[in-house]
Structures are given as structure tokens and as C-alpha cells.
Write a protein that binds this ligand. Structure first.
Ligand SMILES: Cc1cc2nc3c(=O)[nH]c(=O)nc-3n(C[C@H](O)[C@H](O)[C@H](O)COP(=O)(O)O)c2cc1C
Length: 309
């Protein structure tokens, strides 16, 4: 068994967090990740509701016994209703990512809940450290969904040298090789998102799971066109990594107006709807149950690392 700060502090069997993924990670996915020994996290998107959080947390706990909840910090600055809903579920971990978590960390800690924060730069680390978070996630630019621009490995090395807080790695980790690499480097575990996106327990249209199986590692694009088309007011510094399709080929890198993006966008059409996914999409070759994916990654990493034990 791979024992790290993450497993001993959270009482897990494997050092893996199922990534909070807005629109894709609900209670079924999170529950199966937890059942496999990791901690599955609900992705509470800005447009979700307190009722959704309560219902999906219940599903996750029923399946897997424990759950984590991921919120988008910048969206709490306008309306923090979802924070209260998340705290009310007494999750094992709350992640506050994309923005300064300082105004919210004390409320989570007062409820006896640990706080993680995904960061994309060294400056972000300083902000999260000052805010008093318990664990840092180095989220590299190859990650699926919204992320920064620095690659996972350079960022992870930089952050490990700069903090005494436990650090997890996120972005591009889809097999035991990836998990072994970041643990050997000093990470206490990994946050895995894209590798789970073809699993039947994910939420979202069928075409999203098919697209993840079909796409290769060179088929993603880092872009803001989907946010602009869908009126998602993400701060400019965070683009999202998605599978390229006709929509991105038509509009990414152009200066068309948001109205044109909106009229060209169609969530019912795989060629024009968004499928957020990272470069690890090239490692997903079939739709496998999420629990199998998690167990396999952990077993393979343990075998690889045991060569040096
Ligand atoms: C579809 C999708 C949605 C995501 N939504 C969120 C989110 O709501 N909150 C968050 O903190 N991170 C979100 N992320 C980022 C993940 O938490 C995580 O950093 C990422 O999936 C790790 O990289 P990987 O995709 O290469 O495994 C999302 C990622 C994906 C693929």
C-alpha cells in the first residue's frame, strides 16, 4: 500500500483524489472513487445549486462512505451560498480553487474540515499559503478543464521546493507511471480527472464519453471560447483545456464577438459542444468503471515504486 500524508491524514487506501469536475463529477463518480480507496470529489460548478450538492453528496456517501467537494473560489466572491451548502455536508475535504481562498478558509476550518487549493503558479502558492489552506494541489497546464499554463512537472518541482505544506499533483496523470512519477518527486498523491471521464459513472452527454475514448493527447486546446459562448464569467487568466472540435477550429484564436460564439455553440452537437479534457485523454482507450481506473493506477504505481524501495 502506498502510504503518504494524504492516505494517513484522510484515512484513504490509495493516494488519489477524484478531481472535482463541474458538470461531470457527481455523486456516482465520487462515490466509486471513494469506494476504490481514494477520495471522490463533487465538482460544484458556479451554476449548480445547494440542493444538487446535498443530493449528490448523499449518493457519494452511500456508494463510497466519504466525499469531498470542490468549489470555484472566484464565483464565491459574488455569492457564497454554495460554500454553506458544502460545509453542511461535512465532507472530508473542501477544495477552494481559482482565486484567493482567504475569506472562506476560516469557515471551513471552524467546521473541522480540511481545505485544499489547486494553484497554477508560485504566486498562487503564496496566496493559498497565507490563506491557511492545509494542502496544495499543483495543477499543471495539461490538466483538463480550467487551469493555468505551467506544466505539471515544472510547477510541482517549484512548489515542492517552496513550501512545507503537503503538495498533490494534478494534470496529465492517467496511469500508474504518472502517479509513481509525482510521488517519487515528493508529491503526497495525485488528483485525477481526465482518466475518469469515459467512465459510465460520469454525468454529461454520451458523446462526451465517446470523445474522450477517441481523442489522442494532441487533440486538446486551451481556450476561452466555450466560456464566452456560454456566458461563464471566468477571470481572464484561466482558460479551459477541451477536446478540439469544429467549434474551436472555427473560433479559437479569432476575434469574433461573444454573440457569434453564442449562436455557433450547440451543447447537443459533439462538433459544437464542449468536452473539457486534458492531455491525459490519450491514455484513455475504453470506458471502464471509475473504481477499476483508480485501483489500476494505484496498483501500477505501487509496483513501479517498489523497484526502488
Ligand atoms: C471536465 C472537467 C471539469 C472540471 N471542473 C473543475 C471544477 O469544477 N473545479 C475545480 O477545482 N477543478 C475542475 N477541473 C480540474 C480538475 O479538478 C483537475 O485539476 C484536473 O482534472 C486534473 O488534471 P487531469 O484532467 O489531467 O487529470 C475540471 C476538470 C475537468 C476535466
Amino acid at each position: 500500500m502506498l502510504e503518504t500524508w494524504l492516505t494517513t491524514t484522510l484515512g484513504l487506501e490509495v493516494p488519489i483524489l477524484g478531481a472535482p469536475m463541474g458538470g461531470r463529477a457527481g455523486g456516482a463518480l465520487a462515490g466509486e472513487v471513494s469506494k476504490a480507496g481514494g477520495l471522490g470529489m463533487l465538482g460544484a460548478a458556479r451554476y449548480t445549486t445547494p440542493e444538487w450538492i446535498a443530493a449528490e453528496a448523499a449518493v457519494a456517501r452511500e456508494r463510497g462512505g466519504r466525499v469531498g467537494i470542490g468549489l470555484m473560489t472566484w464565483s464565491l466572491d459574488a455569492d457564497d451560498t454554495l460554500l454553506a451548502a458544502a460545509i453542511a455536508e461535512r465532507p472530508t475535504l473542501v477544495s477552494l480553487s481559482f482565486g484567493d481562498p482567504a475569506p472562506y478558509v476560516p469557515r471551513v476550518h471552524d467546521a473541522g474540515i480540511l481545505v485544499a487549493s489547486q494553484v497554477n503558479t508560485l504566486d498562487d502558492l503564496r496566496v493559498a499559503d497565507r490563506a491557511g489552506v492545509d494542502v496544495i494541489v499543483a495543477q499543471g497546464g495539461e490538466a483538463g478543464g480550467h487551469t493555468g499554463r505551467i506544466g505539471t512537472l515544472p510547477l510541482l518541482q517549484e512548489l515542492l521546493d517552496a513550501t512545507d505544506l503537503p503538495v498533490l499533483a494534478a494534470g496529465g496523470i492517467g496511469t500508474g507511471r504518472g502517479l509513481a512519477a509525482v510521488i517519487a518527486a515528493g508529491a503526497q498523491g495525485a488528483v485525477i480527472g481526465t482518466a475518469l471521464l469515459a467512465s459510465p459513472e460520469t454525468v454529461g452527454p454520451d458523446y462526451a464519453r465517446t470523445a474522450v475514448v477517441d481523442a489522442g493527447s494532441a487533440d486538446t486546446v486551451y481556450t476561452s471560447v466555450f466560456d464566452r459562448a456560454r456566458h461563464q464569467p471566468w477571470p481572464e487568466r484561466w482558460g479551459g483545456r477541451a477536446i478540439a472540435n469544429d467549434f474551436t477550429r472555427d473560433f479559437h484564436g479569432t476575434d469574433v464577438a461573444d454573440e457569434q460564439l453564442e449562436s455557433g455553440y450547440d451543447p447537443a452537437d459533439p462538433r459544437r459542444g464542449v468536452v473539457y479534457a486534458g492531455e491525459a485523454v490519450g491514455l484513455v482507450h475504453e470506458a471502464r468503471p471509475a473504481g477499476d481506473v483508480v485501483r489500476r493506477i494505484a496498483e501500477d504505481a505501487e509496483r513501479l515504486l517498489s523497484r526502488f524501495a
